[in-house]
Ligand binder design. Structure first.
Ligand code: OAD
Length: 248
């Protein structure tokens, strides 16, 4: 965080509209693997991009259903980390504070962030793969390991997440673009910045004159375009930053 100049610190401190754009790295210190980490155990032999597609679900609904069931179980067993909590604290001090996340784990909301736009959905919400409406617990029984069937139309159920080749949820996407265009400051935390259209959000803020700060232990394609790029992790840098910006 020392790489942030006093000028940038004061712009962060004075921001009335702020967006935090997050990716899988935001949840890494909670114990949730990123898309770049080798998928542990059972899933090591699959590429996420081979499982997160409508074609994979059509080809092998049981495999895709079980992969998301494994991810749901993993997330249920972890806690939001200090980075998620720092954002929930920070939002209480800023007039317009929006978290725009690519993550589907719901950890921002569990930490107390209440304006969270989920660009790629949420793996805890289950929907009918044919009609799209949410099917709440208790889910119908699962036949031979495959996805449960919709109680209305008997189509397989699926997680309410965006798969490769699918459109982003309209309201979340519109809201994210609006927030990015109005932001005085945008932080990009824990994302490789490779998956569009989501990865365009920090660039949109830059084009509208925002101060854009990246937080990532590694460089990304965004690193040379942003106002400042901090080499560090979400759970280390965000609490230190929120502490530094705390009103004296
Ligand atoms: P990636 O796995 O592509 O990138 C994770 C980023 O987090 C990398 O740049 C890491 O360097 C960084 N990172 C790792 N540990 C970190 C930590 N402790 N603190 C901060 N950063 C850390 O994940 P995303 O960029 O989120 O989309 O991937 C974007 C999208 O690609 C995902 O939403 C998903 C995936 O396919 C869909 O499934 C549609």
């Amino acid at each position: 965080m020392d790489s942030l100049s006093e000028g940038i610190i004061s712009q962060l401190a004075g921001a009335r509209s702020l967006v935090v754009f997050t990716g899988a790295g935001m949840s890494a210190e909670s114990g949730v693997p990123t898309f770049r980490d080798a998928q542990t155990g059972l899933w090591a032999r699959y590429e996420p991009s081979d499982l997160a597609t409508p074609e994979a679900f059509a080809r092998d609904p049981a495999l895709v259903w079980q992969w998301y069931a494994w991810r749901r179980e993993l997330v249920a067993g972890v806690e939001p980390n200090a980075g998620h909590q720092a954002l929930a604290t920070w939002q209480t001090r800023v007039k317009a504070f929006t978290v725009v996340t690519q993550n589907v784990d719901g950890l921002h909301q569990r930490a107390g962030s209440d304006r969270v736009l989920e660009l790629h959905g949420n793996l805890h919400r289950i929907i009918c793969s044919s009609e799209g409406m949410e099917v709440r617990d208790p889910l119908p029984p699962v036949a031979e390991g495959g996805p449960p069937r919709c109680p209305q139309c008997a189509a397989p159920l699926r997680p309410d997440v965006v798969w490769f080749g699918e459109a982003l949820p309209e309201r979340a996407w519109e809201g994210a673009m609006q927030a990015a265009a109005r932001a005085e400051v945008l932080l990009s935390v824990g994302t490789s910045g490779l998956v569009h259209p989501a990865a365009g959000i920090p660039l949109l803020a830059l084009q509208h004159g925002a101060v854009v700060v990246e937080i990532n232990p590694e460089p990304t394609p965004l690193s040379h375009q942003v106002t400042a790029s901090v080499r560090g992790t979400a759970a280390q840098v965000l609490p230190a930053l929120v502490e530094r910006l705390a009103p004296r």
